[in-house]
Design a protein around this ligand. Sequence first.
Ligand SMILES: C[S@@+](CC[C@H](N)C(=O)[O-])C[C@H]1O[C@@H](n2cnc3c(N)ncnc32)[C@H](O)[C@@H]1O
Length: 198
Amino acid sequence: MTHYFAERPEAAQRPGTVDLVLPDLHLRLETDSGVFSPTRIDPGTRVLLETVPPPPQEGDLLDLGCGYGPIALAMATRAPRATVWAVDVNRRALELCARNAQRAGLDKVRSVHVDEVPPEVRFAAIWSNPPIRIGKQALHALLSTWLGRLAPGGEAHLVVQRHLGSDSLHRWLDGQGFATTRVTSRSAYRVLRVAART
Ligand SMILES: C[S@@+](CC[C@H](N)C(=O)[O-])C[C@H]1O[C@@H](n2cnc3c(N)ncnc32)[C@H](O)[C@@H]1O
């Protein structure tokens, strides 16, 4: 049994679709076994997409841990002129995200492995339902790396379940010099807004 965050999932393929329906968009997304939340839009992802402010309309945006792409594609729909980097380690997820973007006509989505983002790119915004289950140390390293690539004045929005440690993550981010505010608290989920280091 492999995790949804394995680089090459071993689970037999079981293709399906899910509908992402929000007040401003309706997308049908291909999914598969071996990727995160393959049978429904994750409730945390939905909370994020229902509460986050509109993204910057220009520049480079990031969905950190894109899975099959609901966050990246919502970003791209809301900011059609921006370049949206959809990054993951799971190759099956990346292929699905690329196909979903293509089918939706969102040609500014770059669905790439984490190692393939050019090092000079800085992000005007980051949206993420981060992979909490990789463990605290790995998560901290991941967030330090990518939040450190926010452009000056840029902001990230992260959705985290309360019982998976949203409050301690909030404190840790503040302690690292990323000013963090809890902007949404809905059922089990918290959305944290994280400012670029000044
Ligand atoms: C909670 S899921 C969110 C997936 C998708 N954004 C969604 O909302 O359905 C977190 C994602 O992070 C990915 N991930 C795990 N480790 C990662 C890493 N080191 N860098 C980037 N993404 C990673 C997982 O493969 C998974 O797709």
